[in-house]
Design a protein around this ligand. Structure first.
Ligand code: UD1
Ligand code: UDP
Length: 359
């Protein structure tokens, strides 16, 4: 009997996207199953989000852990195939662009279970990013495509997706941000980190920045160029820790490298930062709403709306110190445009469409 919605999550950015959808489906009385693949498993990469965002305990944890792309994706696929064979959902919902997303998309579509993709249509047009491959495959297989921005809708149209499958709903990650805004206490977050003057928050985890020792060296030089000017707080994703440490990133008096932070603590710090340096997707969006200048250390972004409407700009490792100097001198903008439908109600729009699939 197909009478429930199954959500497949697994990596850090999935959790703030899924939370408002799950909450809105709950409000509509729809039965749900929450699957955690185990792609991320450290307390501060996973459990803290469940606690802070009020997510229910996962019904199933596949516990796949870290591995090569093929092995990790395959482990998620076999786990999900068993799960959906035992009890078939009415619809499977996947989030973003991580390996858990594409693995679930492949399983659901081959089992002919309707597939819904939240954050469909984003494109960096950079096939060296594993996420771009995951996005393309997931969107090609999806029956319901929930887009966060007009450019995403346009990409799907260009790729031949029928208009009736596409729903422009806004951004559920921004729902979570707005729901929790009052909890982002900058004074408390600064105090906890002992920050007394101006500071920049950084996050770095893209393979193109942290995997190769030469890239890690170049990144270190760029970040030291920032730390020469202002204190830098870097809650470092586990992926690049060893290589960045070996490259000497930590060896600067202005660089403070700490473990990844919980969602509330992280955004508490971001909210009051003079600027953010990042290669994260979600952080580009969050800074757009918070009005914090964001320097994205990438040659492209699948989220151009954060540049046209927000506070984001692309920088290179070479240009970063100079751009930071100008940014610190200019201060924050007084006002900036907000992307359409980033209004805190995306989860409800998505739930309304999903509820039609059930029962
Ligand atoms: C994944 C996503 C990326 C996303 C990022 C968010 C893919 C292909 N990539 O990248 O799009 O931006 O998550 O954070 O899905 N590790 C730990 N503890 C954990 C999880 C990971 O130590 O809880 C370490 C392991 O050494 C692991 C490495 O981080 O090998 C990479 O983890 P993985 O999930 O494969 O990719 P991410 O770089 O996290
Ligand atoms: N985040 C967090 N603590 C941190 C770093 C990031 O809570 O130390 C949150 C951030 O606010 C955003 C999400 O993690 O909601 C983004 O995840 P990540 O950068 O890992 O993935 P991406 O968005 O690049 O796929």
């Amino acid at each position: 009997m197909s009478d429930f919605v199954a959500h497949v999550t697994g990596a850090r950015p999935n959790f703030p996207k899924a939370a408002p959808v799950i909450r809105a489906l709950d409000a509509l009385g729809v039965s749900q199953q929450l699957v955690h693949t185990g792609q991320h498993y450290d307390e501060h990469m996973s459990e803290v989000f469940f606690r802070q965002l009020g997510l229910p305990e996962p019904d199933i944890d596949l516990g796949v852990g870290s591995d090569t792309h093929a092995r990790q994706t395959a482990a998620i696929m076999t786990g999900l195939e068993d799960l959906f064979t035992a009890r078939q959902p009415a619809v499977v919902v996947v989030y973003g662009d991580v390996n858990s997303t594409v693995a679930a998309a492949l399983v659901a579509s081959k089992m002919q279970v309707p597939l819904a993709h939240v954050e469909a249509g984003l494109r960096s047009f950079d096939m060296t990013m594993p996420e771009e491959i995951n996005r393309l495959v997931t969107d090609r297989l999806s029956d319901l495509l929930f887009a966060t921005s007009p450019d995403a809708v346009a990409h799907l149209g260009t790729e031949g997706v029928h208009a009736e499958k596409i729903h422009f709903v806004g951004n559920p990650m921004i729902d979570t941000l707005l729901t929790n805004l009052d909890r982002f206490d900058n004074d408390a977050a600064r105090g906890a980190q002992g920050l007394t003057s101006r500071y920049v928050v950084a996050t770095l985890h893209r393979p193109s920045n942290v995997d190769d020792p030469a890239d890690a060296q170049a990144l270190t030089k760029a970040m030291h160029g920032v730390a020469d000017q202002v204190d830098v707080l870097l809650p470092l994703h586990p992926r690049g820790r060893a290589r960045l440490e070996a490259a000497g990133l930590f060896d600067h008096p202005g660089m403070r490298v700490i473990e990844p932070l919980g969602y509330v603590e992280f955004l508490g710090l971001v909210r009051g930062a003079d600027a953010v340096v990042t290669d994260s997707g979600g952080v580009q969006e969050e800074t757009t709403i918070l009005g914090v200048p964001c320097m994205t250390l990438r040659p492209n972004t699948e989220r151009p709306i954060t540049i046209t409407h927000g506070t984001n700009r692309l920088v290179t490792r070479e240009s970063l110190p100079q751009v930071m100097e100008e940014c610190l001198a200019a201060g924050r903008a007084e006002s900036w445009p907000i992307p359409p439908l980033w209004d805190g109600h995306a989860g409800e729009r998505i739930a309304t469409v999903l509820a039609d699939q059930v029962g």
